[in-house]
Design a protein around this ligand. Structure first.
Ligand SMILES: Nc1ccn([C@@H]2O[C@H](COP(=O)(O)OP(=O)(O)OP(=O)(O)O)[C@@H](O)[C@H]2O)c(=O)n1
Ligand SMILES: C[C@](O)(CO)[C@H](O)COP(=O)(O)O
Length: 243
């Protein structure tokens, strides 16, 4: 493997988009500030990231006018800084990346605040799998269900070949310069960017998928918070190795 910041022992920086409103989960506050056990969801996510990558700088993109961050545990953490996010997840990630102002080759992990069940094992598998590759990579899971294409009334139009389909998760890992160029280029072209890899693909690069755990869920719908709390309990019972 060629020398790079990661292999030289310099930890990746970590960008955490947390500027969403959590409309699908609902509730009186954004999902990142709802409780998982006795902690805010965002504290669980940030503490797992910080534990997995000691010494990493964490940059959290917050919604403009966020009134909750000040009540988190993470507000007091030296390694955690914040910036204002944007109208889309991609804009939030770009703002955070620019706030970090990293050298071109510096590795950057991007992880949704809304994925609190991430494990150190998965983060290290991603870092080892991707190494210093220019195209970077992401955790993902191979699709195991039969895939239906449906019309607007939910009638099946076709059954799709799933043999090359994977479900993208986060973290996703890229060199800072590649990621910034990719996000800027995709934004200028109006290309749809639902994750960092889709922006990097837009540059013509092929990010690597690294198999991740099924329990790295994104809290998206009502009920997912309870599911995440249960998954964390299971991980804790399975031992410290997973967290
Ligand atoms: N403008 C935005 C939109 C989303 N996110 C973040 O991106 C992650 C994944 O997005 P998603 O699950 O879609 O969160 P929300 O946008 O909050 O959810 P919803 O679409 O239900 O409102 C979350 O951590 C969310 O806070 C962000 O930083 N900036
Ligand atoms: C980035 C992501 O977590 C990959 O699965 C996901 O796309 C983010 O959710 P969104 O609903 O697309 O914002």
């Amino acid at each position: 493997m060629p020398p790079n910041a990661a292999s030289d022992g310099l930890p990746p920086a970590i960008v955490i988009p947390a500027a969403g409103v959590g409309a699908r989960v609902g509730g009186e506050r954004p999902k990142q500030y709802q409780y998982l056990g006795n902690a805010f969801l965002i504290d669980v996510t940030l503490e797992r990231l910080a534990r997995a990558v000691p010494g990493a700088a964490l940059m959290v993109a917050l919604g403009a006018g966020d009134g909750w961050w000040a009540s988190t545990r993470s507000v007091a953490a030296d390694s955690v800084r914040t910036c204002i996010g944007g109208a889309t997840r991609a804009e939030s990630v770009l703002n955070a990346l620019q706030a970090l102002a990293l050298p071109e080759e510096h590795p950057v992990l991007v992880h949704d605040a809304a994925r609190p069940c991430i494990t150190g094992g998965d983060i290290h598998a991603l870092m080892e799998g991707v190494g210093s590759s220019e195209a970077g990579g992401l955790l993902a899971q191979a699709v195991t269900d039969t895939i239906k294409e449906v019309d607007g009334a939910r009638h099946v139009l076709a059954t799709r070949d799933r043999s090359h389909l994977w479900r993208a998760q986060t973290p996703q890992l890229f060199p800072a310069g590649v990621l910034e160029r990719a996000l800027l280029r995709a934004a200028a072209a109006g290309a749809p960017v639902t994750d960092e890899a889709s922006a990097v693909e837009y540059l013509g690069l092929k990010p690597l998928v690294v198999p991740g755990r099924a329990d790295n869920i994104k809290v998206t719908h009502p009920g997912d918070l309870a599911m995440a709390a249960w998954l964390i309990e299971q991980q804790q019972q399975a031992g410290g190795a997973v967290t």
